[in-house]
Design a protein around this ligand. Structure first.
Ligand SMILES: *Cc1c(COP(=O)(O)O)cnc(C)c1O
Length: 389
């Protein structure tokens, strides 16, 4: 792929540290999930800057694929999408505060109603503004985060029937343990949700048209939870939610994180490298410096463990990872200024560093690795065709 420096400039300043988002893979992952869950549809989850992949760009892409609904965590994320011209329905998954309701309505964002009180606030605000609020009811079946408890849900469902200014188009719940090998607790949550939904049948009423519960773990492992729509987060980005989840749908990582060598030097024995002087060699080594650090989301906790790929080969990051830079020991191999450095993803030689591996070095989960790559890092959007060119 031709390295288009202008494309990845941030405010006109070119920095060699960037993320490559492979839109072809995003399409493939989306289609694979879509096919696996049909006739249920797919709501891509775009919270936290689309898991680090870029909120607006990912939204535009999945909208171009025909997605019926987008999901974000917060009001602000929904507004950003509206301001970027996205007109698709957007569900805000997070809890709401009463005074935010008019902003939701102004931007035609779908609200999560997680209690009777909130539903009433929504209905009243909508009445005042003379609009219909799009609402999804949130049932807590065991996560204990937001939502009306499953054992108290009837009153919320009942109240929703009488909200003239609300279009109750959805009802949903969220799993606490759908990505584990043992699915006992997930099954209990699913049973509870089905029990809540029986409210409609027992009254001869149609349920809200969008019943949804499945996150990535449940998309993979609990077909019975797919209902009308699934909420695809990390799986859409080509990463499995946990190591021991059943990988029933093949996906590939969308994101690579790359940089370039900005400095080369020879380090003498007994001359420690970086803050705290935690690393030194007993022989002469070649060391290169790479302009990325914990200020970009390359966790400092990975010091002494992380590896990068240069010229198709893995090398250790040595000494403490700094805010903006890190050092790599290439022993006596060759490397030059401007050489590609792969921090995450595939190198041209095929050597790969996976998100799970970074998560292991950092003592965290892939979700946190992706969402911590911050906006100081430029994002470059490519398709396979461009890549092959
Ligand atoms: C984040 C989130 C999802 C997506 O979770 P993944 O495990 O990334 O698929 C789905 N639903 C809700 C309510 C969420 O908060």
């Amino acid at each position: 792929m031709a390295f288009n420096e202008a494309t990845i400039s941030n405010n006109g300043i070119v920095r060699p540290t960037y993320i490559e988002v492979n839109l072809t893979r995003l399409t493939e992952n989306y289609r694979a999930i879509e096919q696996a869950v049909a006739p249920a549809t797919v709501m891509p989850i775009l919270k936290a800057n689309a898991y680090g992949h870029g909120l607006v760009e990912v939204a535009r892409h999945v909208v171009s694929l025909g997605t019926p609904y987008l999901g974000v965590a917060f009001l602000e994320e929904g507004i950003l999408l509206r301001e970027a011209g996205i007109t698709a329905p957007i569900l805000v998954l997070g809890g709401i505060i009463g005074n935010q309701v008019p902003l939701f309505l102004k931007h035609d964002l779908t609200l999560t109603a997680s209690s009777i009180e909130k539903l009433t606030q929504i209905n009243e605000a909508a009445a005042q503004m003379g609009v219909q609020a799009r609402v999804h009811l949130k049932i807590d079946t065991g996560m204990e985060r937001i939502g009306v408890h499953y054992y108290n849900a009837d009153s919320l469902l009942e109240a929703a029937l009488n909200c003239d200014h609300c279009l109750v188009e959805g009802i949903y719940s969220h799993f606490a343990n759908a990505d584990t090998a043992v699915l006992r607790s997930a099954q209990i949550q699913l049973d509870r949700f089905n029990q809540v939904l029986s409210f409609y049948e027992s009254r001869g009423l149609p349920p809200p048209p969008l019943r949804h519960m499945a996150n990535s773990g449940a998309i993979l492992q609990l077909p019975g939870s797919h209902f009308d729509m699934v909420r695809a987060g990390i799986l859409l980005y080509g990463v499995y939610p946990a190591a021991d989840v059943a990988k029933t749908i093949a996906v590939r990582p969308v994101l690579s994180w790359k940089s370039r060598v900005v400095y080369f030097k020879v380090v003498q024995p007994d001359h420690p490298v970086s803050y705290g002087s935690t690393w030194q060699s007993d022989h002469m080594v070649r060391v290169v410096t790479v302009p990325v650090g914990y200020g970009d989301g390359y966790f400092r906790r990975m010091s002494g463990q992380a590896q990068v790929i240069i010229r198709g080969k893995r090398y250790p990051v040595i000494g403490r990872i700094c805010m903006d830079q890190l050092m790599v020991n290439i022993e006596w191999d060759s490397a030059y200024n401007n050489d590609d450095v792969v921090l995450l993803g595939e190198s041209d030689s095929g050597e790969t560093i996976r998100c799970e591996e970074l998560a292991g070095w950092a003592g965290t989960i892939p979700y946190e690795v992706l969402t911590n790559i911050n906006t100081r890092v430029s994002r470059l959007y490519i398709t396979e065709k461009e890549k092959g060119a």
